[in-house]
Write a protein that binds this ligand. Structure first.
Ligand SMILES: Nc1ncnc2c1ncn2[C@@H]1O[C@H](COP(=O)(O)OP(=O)(O)OP(=O)(O)O)[C@@H](O)[C@H]1O
Length: 782
């Protein structure tokens, strides 16, 4: 960008009332790149192709990773955004394709590239073809490919770009037809591997095990090259994802322009929240202002908004604000999100690349590695869930070595507030690990069936699928899904086994949103979120239009909507009950016990709140009549005996509010340690739980069988609960607010909540906990 980053930030802060909103500005100085000669084995034609495109020679990390892969070691490259991870895997992969060709020109070596989305694979294909490697037979293989494309890919493809869904549903079940491709598979590239987390990560881990088994059937043992954003212990997550040993390359040799990260906290605007709590201005309202200012400054800006609804609101508001001052500019701002038609999305991507759009409000549908040159700034409405995703989003700007500005605008919740006030948690060493649990029985079972359908499972196959596989096949045999014969376990059902696994966890058929007057299908929502977002009375935004849901029919999966302009938004309320089914591990901190294990959760959406837009003021609550749902999952929980609490001087009457407040804040903070999102986990607290006989606070995974988040919480409990205490004690509100202890999805109307006693309660819990490294100074003051 032409204006220096610091000056842009200065202009953003200048308007009256904005001076306190910038809580921190971190400027990372530019770094020069470290180059190294091309490895001697890289095909000279490729070297020339890269040179012709300005890649004089590889950065050190690229050569290091490429060499490891060429030597047949599985390697994970975990370096910054735009550090050139593609070259690291393309050097060995394309060299192998070119060198492997037969005398008659037929393929002799193949590469499989996996990306979490179709859009990224398309983008990568464009780059690959742009390289001009003579005769390279590269193609995407996804749900949009025509029959001819698919046949060509299978029979001639050398470099195939696909996604885990296609592998799962199409390529692996039909492996006999793909036998030639699999038999000559030398490299598997897993791009953006940090996206494989939670339940989705567990599914992909099992799909990769099925892929390895199918390859082995045809005699191939491909080398895996995994690309990841910077996370803690990348070799551990790559190893979990594939079941193979990995070397990690993390020393980034690429150059970087100046990167500035501004942390921004919206001001308190009213006391109109629940129970009279102070409420901060919404991050989206703040972002719309900042986006307007940046567009006026001719700064090309991408605003990442977490919800589909939010992207629409930001783009509408920004256009309206621009119309007031510079009408011509409003057409240069747009929204982008999942649920749009593919051609509309392509058109927006192109307009952004061409520079016709100056401001775009997008969901993370645009987050993945799509290389859009020339962006100057990135605004983030709320923490995007992980540090990796935060840097990934900032990395959209400043590609090609220019300066970049990232502004992280806090939402009114404990984690965001903690982060904008504790910048070291974002800028220091990574604390979060890429979390998933490949052994989740709900995930493993369907993949064992799919594997058995691909080829009968033998005793020797089982270790590949993990230590729970034996138990899994036994249970499936018992349930009549697999049949045991002398040669192994067979799939004998008439259904397609791959249909049993819902790898994106959409939770069954999506609910269709249909417009009442026209019968037009507006879009869909996942069944699991339909109770909360498409219930009768819900306000739903679509492409800038506001709709009101008239009815939700769960039998037919249809919600009927009408256009409307209500002055409020809605948020659903859920009631939750929890029972311990088995404790699998525990630690004792003096009298406190921290446990991990299985639980059964029963929940029901019971009502919804109407909140005035944009102030967020609560207007009222409406009851709903929706069925209860149960969930068998995993949880981390902690207990404190009544006598210990009494000794510490805590009054019995204050305990429910204190436990409840600690629970809310701890749910808010867990994403800092596990790669989850506040909405992936839930919690229950009680001053006396029937299963433990003590004060108990549970945090559970919101997916059947668990997703690994609660388990990570158990292992990081000391740091996690210390950060929770800090988040509550450092919040500037008097009696609790959404930035510390109030939760937007609380089933009890955020009542009771006692912020002050919560801090005392956490002090009792942490009194005998072995040292947490997170903030020794803070702990010392207790
Ligand atoms: N050795 C190099 N010398 C010069 N330019 C390079 C080199 N390696 C990569 N590049 C350029 O850097 C840019 C980023 O590369 P690439 O898209 O591979 O990064 P990445 O690490 O995969 O990014 P992300 O994962 O964040 O999407 C590309 O434009 C690429 O051409």
């Amino acid at each position: 960008m032409s204006t220096p980053v610091a000056e842009i930030v200065d202009r953003l802060v200048r308007p009256a009332g904005r001076e306190d909103r910038l809580t921190h500005l971190e400027v990372l100085s530019p770094r020069t790149g470290r180059r190294t000669p091309w490895p001697a084995w890289v095909d000279p034609v490729l070297v020339e192709a890269w040179r012709a495109r300005g890649v004089e020679s590889p950065w050190t990390h690229q050569a290091e990773a490429a060499q490891a892969a060429y030597d047949g070691r599985h390697v994970v490259v975990s370096t910054g955004t735009a550090s050139g991870k593609s070259l690291a895997y393309l050097m060995p992969a394309l060299t192998s394709v070119v060198a492997g060709r037969r005398a008659n020109g037929q393929r002799g070596s193949t590469v499989l590239y996996l990306s979490p989305t179709k859009a990224l694979a398309q983008d990568q294909l464009g780059n690959l073809l742009g390289l001009g490697v003579p005769d390279l037979r590269a193609t995407t293989h996804d749900g949009d490919s025509s029959r001819e494309q698919r046949d060509w890919a299978r029979d001639h493809g050398e470099y195939l770009l696909t996604n885990p869904d296609m592998l799962h549903r199409s390529m692996l079940p039909a492996h006999a037809r793909w036998s030639k491709f699999f038999a000559m598979l030398d490299y598997v590239v897993v791009d953006e591997c940090h996206h494989y987390r939670g339940v989705f990560g567990a599914h992909v881990a099992q799909i990769i095990r099925r892929l390895r088994r199918v390859c082995a059937l045809y005699g191939s043992h491909p080398t895996f090259v995994v690309a990841s954003a910077t996370v803690a212990e990348p070799e551990v997550s790559a190893g979990r994802l594939t079941g193979l040993p990995f070397v990690a390359v993390t020393d980034d040799g690429s150059p970087r322009g100046q990167v500035a990260l501004a942390l921004w906290e919206p001001p308190f605007v009213s006391h109109g929240g629940e129970n009279g709590a102070p409420v901060r201005r919404s991050a989206t309202a703040e972002i719309a202002d900042l986006l307007t200012d940046l567009v006026l400054e001719n700064v090309r800006t991408l605003a990442f908004i977490r919800s589909r609804r939010g992207t629409e609101t930001v783009s509408m508001t920004t256009r309206r604000l621009l119309d007031e001052v510079s009408p011509g500019l409003s057409s240069r701002v747009a929204a982008y999100r999942g649920g749009y038609l593919p051609e509309d999305r392509r058109e927006i991507e192109q307009a952004l690349k061409r520079g016709e759009l100056l401001g775009l409000a997008a969901t993370n549908a645009l987050e993945l590695g799509i290389d859009i040159a020339g962006l100057d700034a990135v605004l983030m409405a709320g923490f995007p869930g992980t540090r990796a995703a935060l840097w990934q989003q900032i990395g959209r700007a400043g590609r090609g070595g220019q300066d970049a500005l990232g502004v992280f605008v806090a939402r009114d919740d404990p984690l965001d507030t903690y982060l904008v006030n504790h910048p070291q948690a974002l800028i220091g060493q990574p604390v979060e690990a890429n979390v998933f649990d490949p052994e989740n029985p709900y995930v493993l079972g369907p993949h064992l069936c799919a594997a058995a359908e691909e080829s009968p499972l033998t005793e020797e196959d089982l270790p590949l699928f993990g230590s729970a596989a034996r138990q899994g096949v036994d249970a499936l045999t018992e349930a009549g899904l697999l049949r045991r014969r002398s040669r192994g376990w067979f799939w004998t059902d008439r259904r397609r086994a791959s249909d049993l696994a819902d790898i994106r966890s959409t939770g069954g058929a999506p609910v269709r949103l249909v417009e009442q007057e026209t019968g037009r299908l507006l879009g869909t929502v996942d069944q699991s979120s339909a109770h909360g977002t498409a219930h009768a009375g819900a306000v739903y935004l679509h492409q800038g239009e506001t709709y009101l849901v008239l009815s939700l029919d769960l039998a037919d999966n249809v919600a009927v909507v009408v256009r409307d302009e209500p002055s409020y938004s809605t948020s659903a309320r859920e009631l939750t009950d929890i029972a311990v089914t088995d404790e699998r591990d525990h630690v004792l901190w003096g009298d406190a016990r921290v446990s991990f294990g299985g639980v059964r959760v029963a929940h029901q959406v019971v009502s919804y709140l109407k909140r005035r837009v944009p102030s967020g003021e609560v207007l009222g609550e409406e009851p709903l009549d929706l069925p209860e749902r149960t969930l068998d999952t995993t949880a981390v929980w902690w207990t404190l005996p009544p006598a210990t609490l009494a000794e510490a001087g805590l009054e019995e009457r204050d305990l429910p509010g204190a436990a409840h407040a600690a629970e809310h804040a701890s749910i808010g903070l867990l994403p800092l340690f596990a790669t989850c999102d506040r909405w992936d986990i839930g919690g229950v607290s009680t001053a006396l739980h029937p299963d433990t006989g003590q004060l108990t606070v549970f945090v559970y995974d919101g997916h059947p069988g668990g997703a690994g988040f609660a388990e990570r919480g158990f292992h990081a409990a000391a740091d996690w609960l210390t950060a929770t205490r800090q988040a509550i004690s450092s919040c500037r509100c008097d009696d609790g607010c959404p930035s510390c202890v109030q939760s937007p999805k609380c089933g009890n109307g955020n009542n009771p909540l006692d912020k002050h006693v919560a801090v005392q309660l956490l002090d009792v819990l942490l009194a005998d906990c072995p040292g947490s490294g997170l903030d020794a100074a803070e702990r010392g003051t207790r």
